[in-house]
Write a protein that binds this ligand. Structure first.
Ligand SMILES: [Fe+2]
Length: 301
């Protein structure tokens, strides 16, 4: 499997200060206290120099998802496979790689226009996480699971079949689950394809078969206890953020979570208890319900 994890996100923000306040005071992420020449700010979850890069922009949304390859040879093989299949890859220069704290990366678009950055050789600075809200740890991997990435992201891919072929057959992600959630009468069919990388997290990336504002359906971060989820929900409500979905538990990855809108509208799922899977003994499933309980949605407008 070529992709080890989803390592970082680049997020466009019309108000980076508001996003940083939300990231630190509500989500409990740590301000990496680094501002680059382009005015980006960085949030960290663990001993990686950052997991979210917040970049000043005219509109809010996802700029790029960083997908990690385990080493240079895996990365080179993947780049060659993509180029042979007709995809255009743009090499990142040294300054851009340094900004991302990686050894090298390429940028490409998936078939639906989502921007991906494929990289290897991520630098660690070994500084401990000091969460401003006292989060003990974000679940990003340990000595038993290896690095599991920052969490997961769901991307809009209106041409689901073409996108699914790209992600599974070219990038080599594995299918975890297909979800066909119950919809109101007359609503178009909704499908979400959940895919895993080479780590035990039940899904690292998922595809949604419709367009979505901000070019991302949601992103997910995971903590280690229900109490930390509950306290984050309290903080989000107290700060006046829109709660997009109440507390609930998903059927496929077992995540017990709520959803909150970040400043600018990107939805953030905040959960705990996500399923870890032994992929050698797993058969992909098809779900017709999204949740065991809860997750009552409240879409603004
Ligand atoms: Fe999710």
């Amino acid at each position: 499997m070529s992709i080890a994890s989803i390592g970082y996100l680049r997020i466009a923000a019309t108000d980076t200060a508001a996003w940083m306040t939300f990231g630190t005071e509500v989500l409990g992420l740590m301000d990496a206290r680094r501002e680059d020449v382009a005015g980006a700010h960085f949030l960290r979850m663990d001993d990686h120099p950052f997991r979210f890069m917040l970049e000043p922009a005219e509109t809010d949304g996802l700029l790029a998802a960083g997908l990690e390859c385990r080493d240079r040879s895996v990365w080179l093989d993947l780049c060659e496979r993509l180029r042979n299949a007709g995809h255009e890859l743009e090499d990142g220069d040294a300054a851009a790689a340094a900004r991302r704290c990686v050894t090298a990366f390429v940028t490409l678009q998936d078939p639906c226009g989502n921007t991906l950055e494929l990289y290897y050789g991520r630098r660690l600075d070994y500084a401990p996480l000091i969460s401003p809200t006292g989060i003990k740890r974000f679940i990003t991997g340990d000595e038993y699971t290896g690095d599991m990435g920052f969490g997961h992201a769901v991307l809009p891919t209106p041409d689901m079949d073409t996108a699914a072929t790209f992600y599974t057959e070219l990038l080599g992600l594995g299918v975890s689950d297909e979800l066909y959630p119950p919809m109101p009468p007359g609503a178009p069919e909704t499908k979400i394809l959940f895919m895993h990388a080479d780590n035990p997290r039940q899904h690292s990336l998922a595809l949604y078969n419709h367009p979505y504002p901000g070019d991302v359906v949601h992103i997910m971060v995971e903590v280690s206890s229900l109490d930390e989820v509950g306290r984050a929900l309290d903080r989000a409500k107290a700060a006046g953020h829109t709660i997009l979905a109440s507390l609930g538990r998903h059927v496929n990855d077992n995540m017990c979570s709520f959803y909150v809108l970040a400043p600018g509208g990107v939805a953030v799922e905040y959960g705990y208890d996500g399923l870890l899977v032994d992929w050698d003994n797993y058969t992909p499933t098809v779900s017709t319900e999204g949740d065991h309980w809860g997750h009552e949605y409240n879409f603004p407008g």
